[in-house]
Design a protein around this ligand. Structure first.
Ligand code: ATP
Ligand code: MG
Length: 343
């Protein structure tokens, strides 16, 4: 019987270690969604896009990184049941196969317009074809599983639109075999759980006008999930604030203080509004910093302890089961696409 609950699909590249922004902005919201929707019958596909990884440099060992990334989901509270599937993209060859078929549907002009491609290739003498073509691989990643929800950041919205366009074009030319994923706006609303679709953006600790980002190499700008709790504490204590002298939530005028309030709320699972009320009228930034530093350090300590208790074998077992499932689903869809184009 066809599953009528929407499939939710997510992938996070395992090219390097994750920071607190990834954890609070992507992993935690995804874990909440997965736990909620897997209970009601939705398939939750959590895959490691390792074919996307080799497009660019990899820090460390990809296999170690990807195992650790999956451990992070478990340590963040992901409940695994029969509807939750972990898999490596490269172990499901249908991704590459469908990518080729879709390549013959996409146009050079279309891919040339992708701003991610423009950003990533700008000023470089030599750019690999993978950087140009990965949006099509991403379309295959989504369309193979009839995924409706693919929670992604704004930087990927254009690729999601491309996926919808390629699916529509293919369906129109051949047969209605692909399900269109929801529009970026719907995705954002679904992910945020509110009609504003406002996702969380954790800011850079040193320069809170910008988001926390792995490509900023200043150590104090970001908290890595592997940071020793004491180091994390120091980073929070040295976070940039302002000279206004009021603890209030105002991302525009006081991004540093607002970021700390945001982090404190998310780490403790307290509504931001409640926290803002608690701190209203307070003026000592040091008190807030101390509180946040403590919360983050405690969170990291518990989280790292959980990670240590998950074995590599546990993850490999989940991957083996997930890949068996993914191959079954993906091959069925690939076969349909092959038949459509006459292969
Ligand atoms: P880079 O600096 O190389 O772009 P990054 O730190 O932005 O790295 P990405 O790999 O680009 O990390 O992002 C992976 C996912 O994490 C994306 O969905 C992105 O929107 C999200 N993300 C990244 N940084 C943050 C942040 N500070 N707060 C919330 N979400 C974030
Ligand atoms: Mg980024």
């Amino acid at each position: 019987m066809k599953n009528t609950q929407p499939t939710i699909l997510t992938g996070i590249r395992a090219n390097s270690e994750l920071h607190l922004g990834h954890f609070l902005g992507v992993i935690m919201p995804m874990v909440r969604l997965a736990n909620k929707y897997s209970e009601t019958g939705s398939n939750i596909n959590i895959f490691v896009p390792d074919l996307h990884s080799i497009i660019s440099e990899i820090d460390g060992d990809l296999q170690q990184n990807l195992i650790r990334t999956l451990k992070i989901y478990l340590a963040a509270g992901l409940k695994v049941n029969q509807n939750v599937h972990f898999y490596r993209q490269s172990r499901v060859p249908a991704h590459s196969e469908l990518c080729w078929i879709l390549d013959c549907t996409a146009t050079m002009g279309e891919l040339n317009r992708m701003t991610q491609f423009k950003d990533k290739s700008e000023g470089k003498d030599s750019v690999n074809v993978g950087i140009f073509n990965y949006p099509v691989l991403m379309a295959a990643d989504i369309l193979l599983y009839d995924a409706i929800y693919v929670p992604v950041g704004e930087d990927q919205f254009q690729h999601l639109e491309l996926t919808r366009r390629l699916a529509e074009r293919f369906n129109h030319k051949y047969d209605e075999i692909f399900t269109l994923p929801a529009t970026p706006k719907k995705q954002a609303e679904f992910m945020a759980g509110n009609s504003e679709g406002e996702g969380v953006r954790i800011r850079d600790l040193q320069n809170p006008e910008k988001k926390m980002s792995k490509s900023n190499h200043a150590e104090n700008s970001k908290i890595m999930l592997s940071d020793e709790p004491n180091i994390a504490r120091k980073k929070i204590m040295s976070a940039t604030t302002d000279s206004i002298g009021k603890i209030q939530y105002d991302m525009f005028n006081q991004p540093g203080i607002s970021n700390l309030l945001q982090i404190e709320a998310l780490v403790n699972g307290v509504p931001l509004q409640d926290l803002i009320s608690t701190w209203a009228g307070e003026t000592h930034y040091g008190d807030l910093k101390q509180k946040v530093a403590e919360s983050v350090a405690t969170m990291l300590e518990e989280f790292q302890h959980k990670i240590d208790q998950i074995s590599d074998d546990q993850i490999l077992e989940l991957l083996n089961a997930g890949e068996e499932y993914a191959n079954k689903i993906a091959n069925t869809k690939l076969k349909q696409a092959q038949t459509c184009v006459g292969l």
